[in-house]
Design a protein around this ligand. Structure first.
Ligand code: GCU
Length: 592
């Protein structure tokens, strides 16, 4: 039993001082075209089930006490098993699979300044969920949100040898976003890249470029925000392939200009991107950007002025061998399978996916729906939950603003139409529009089952209506689908953002036997027959490309997986319904 000199055992208010949420969108930096020093690799990894690390300040090495006696310590940053970062702790070893709570990652790294006055930032591409950063025994701040990048300034705190500790907590709670009940697995850890970014004293904090959506396709809007809000001077913007090189004025740290240019327009059929470079003082960034315009007109979605049908599919970031970790290999396979299906569109459910997805979609010619995990019964009355959701939305928009492939920001999925929810999600929709007037705002709404109608008060704040409907599955009466469409008269484009049925790959039977491939196939046939007859439906993203890990699914066909994938969790075995959707998309793409 510890003596009474250890106050930590009595301090139940230990976490507040580590929940400052200072690592948020305000600290984001534009990183494209910058050198990045990876801190990926083997990190000491210690599970901390009781949050002893925060109670007992594991970030402060326990030296000898005032009398010079060594105090026993329960943790050391250079001890603990090694695991590979980026990765999910659930896959380090079987006994860690179901662990939810805090995990401490630590490693040492050297630092030597390269340039006088340089500033150094830690960047973490994504960590689930609440991530606290400690450097050389100092708490630097925490970030909330399991899928967006964040930065932490290290300038002035670095020595020749440094110890970094990162405590990641993925406990599911009522006030988080997502909250404690989801239909996907709660992978935990530092599962995206960890790196150092060096920038000069004056640097480019943000850079956005896009076609002005004014139907001329000839105006390019540029905004560059510098680290010093008082800076006055000039910067150079170059798009060599458009023979464009301009010296632009910077006032009060900002350059905002509209330039005349004639870019070839980006589209899935011709994903033309251009190299763009911005230089200011000692700093330079670069990006590869496509120029396109997306708008709605009545119930049409117009891409570059022409109506488009979105042939889509939903995807999760989930893999039995890699968890939520994704690399270019996984992402290319996802696009390959979607291409085989005949898709030109993906719904990235229900949270921001790896940043590589949008970059690869820019090059490969896929359109994207990106979403924040305002999922099911979020604590809509809670202001800090709102602040968390809004921050995740802002970080996502900041990260992917220049991606031509991204056409919609979704502010949530399947939330009951209550007053608190309406207020909460209306504000998110308005925030998305304020941050980005060039894209469409949407959400995956539920059907009003009483009236069998597409009806939701949030629709007035959306550009495109996402509708999740499971006729033929959760609503066994598939014929009601026609009633739904007949009863509904939306004046905006509708995307059927989910429909589907579970089937275990290789399990066969009659079309009325649930969980068989034949039952699933029939659901797709009937859904497609109904949807093709609906003029206001301008896209669909059936649920889902692959079976995925889900603790909520425990019957003998599911065995811990949601089985609505068109392809099994081995990412190879295709179910019969795959060909049904493929045939429809082939027909659609020939007609478009
Ligand atoms: C919901 C939800 C998904 C879920 C799916 C299902 O609509 O949005 O996250 O996995 O239905 O029940 O399979």
């Amino acid at each position: 039993m510890k003596g009474n000199f250890d106050a930590s055992i009595h301090n139940e208010g230990y976490s507040a001082r580590f929940d400052t949420r200072g690592l948020n969108v305000e600290g984001m930096i534009f990183v494209e075209g910058r050198e990045r020093e990876p801190l990926n690799g083997m990190w000491h990894t210690v599970l901390d089930q009781y949050d002893t690390g925060l109670r007992d300040n594991w970030h402060i090495p326990k030296g000898p006490n005032a009398q010079g006696q060594q105090i026993p310590y329960d943790y050391h940053a250079e001890q603990g098993e090694l695991s590979w970062v980026p990765g999910c702790w659930n896959l380090i070893k079987p006994e860690y699979f179901w662990f939810e709570g805090s995990v401490w990652y630590s490693r040492a790294f050297p630092y030597a300044p390269v340039d006088t006055g340089e500033r150094v930032f830690l960047r973490i591409g994504g960590a689930n969920y609440d991530t606290k950063v400690f450097l050389n025994a100092e708490f630097l701040g925490n970030h909330c949100g399991g899928s967006t990048p964040f930065f932490c300034e290290l300038t002035g705190r670095l020595t020749r040898e440094n110890t970094i500790q990162v405590c990641v907590n993925n406990t599911r709670t009522a006030d988080r976003v997502p909250m404690r009940n989801t239909d996907w697995f709660n992978w935990g850890g530092l599962y995206r890249d960890v790196e150092l970014i060096r920038v000069p004293a004056l640097f480019i904090r943000d850079f956005t470029i896009h076609l002005v959506p004014d139907d001329t396709f000839r105006n390019v809007a540029v905004e560059v925000r510098l680290s010093d809000p008082r800076h006055r001077g000039t910067l150079t913007l170059a798009i060599p392939e458009l023979e464009l090189e301009n010296e632009l004025a910077v006032r009060d740290g900002v350059c905002r200009e509209t330039l005349r240019a004639e870019p070839a327009l980006w589209s899935p059929e011709s994903p033309r991107c251009y190299d763009v470079r911005v230089r200011c003082g000692k700093d330079q960034v670069a990006d590869r950007v496509g120029f396109r315009q997306v708008k709605v007109q009545g119930t049409d979605i117009l891409l570059n002025g022409a109506p488009i049908f979105l042939r889509g599919i939903c995807v999760h970031e989930d893999d039995a061998l890699k968890g939520k970790y994704s690399d270019s290999q996984d992402i290319s396979r996802r696009f390959r399978d979607a291409r085989d299906l005949g898709c030109n569109f993906l719904r990235l459910a229900h949270y921001p996916h790896h940043e590589l997805v949008a970059k690869m979609a820019d090059d490969l010619g896929f359109l994207l729906w990106e979403e924040i995990p305002v999922y099911w019964a979020i604590d809509f009355q809670n202001p800090s939950t709102y602040a968390d959701a809004e921050n995740q939305l802002s970080e996502l928009i900041h990260r992917d603003f220049n991606r031509a492939s991204v056409i919609t920001w979704s502010v949530g999925n399947e939330n009951a139409d209550t007053d608190d929810r309406l207020h909460f999600m209306k504000n998110l929709a308005l925030k998305a529009r304020a941050l980005d007037p060039t894209r469409l705002v949407t959400a995956a709404c539920l059907v009003n089952h009483e009236k069998i109608r597409i009806e939701d008060r949030l629709i007035q704040y959306l550009d495109v209506i996402g509708v999740n409907e499971y006729y033929g599955w959760y609503n066994p009466d598939i014929e009601e689908l026609d009633v739904l469409f007949r009863n509904s008269r939306p004046d905006k484009p509708v995307i059927i953002s989910e429909f589907g049925a579970d089937a275990r790959a290789g399990h066969h039977g009659t079309i009325s036997e649930k969980f068989t491939e034949e039952y699933m196939e029939r659901v797709y046939e009937v859904q497609i027959r109904a949807i093709r007859a609906m003029d206001y439906v301008k896209g669909l993203t059936p649920w889902i490309l692959y079976d995925f890990t889900c603790p909520r699914r425990q019957n003998r066909y599911q065995g811990g997986f949601n089985r609505k994938g068109l392809i099994a969790e081995d990412k190879k075995t295709r179910k019969k319904a795959f060909s049904v959707l493929q045939a429809f998309y082939r027909e659609k793409s020939q007609r478009n």
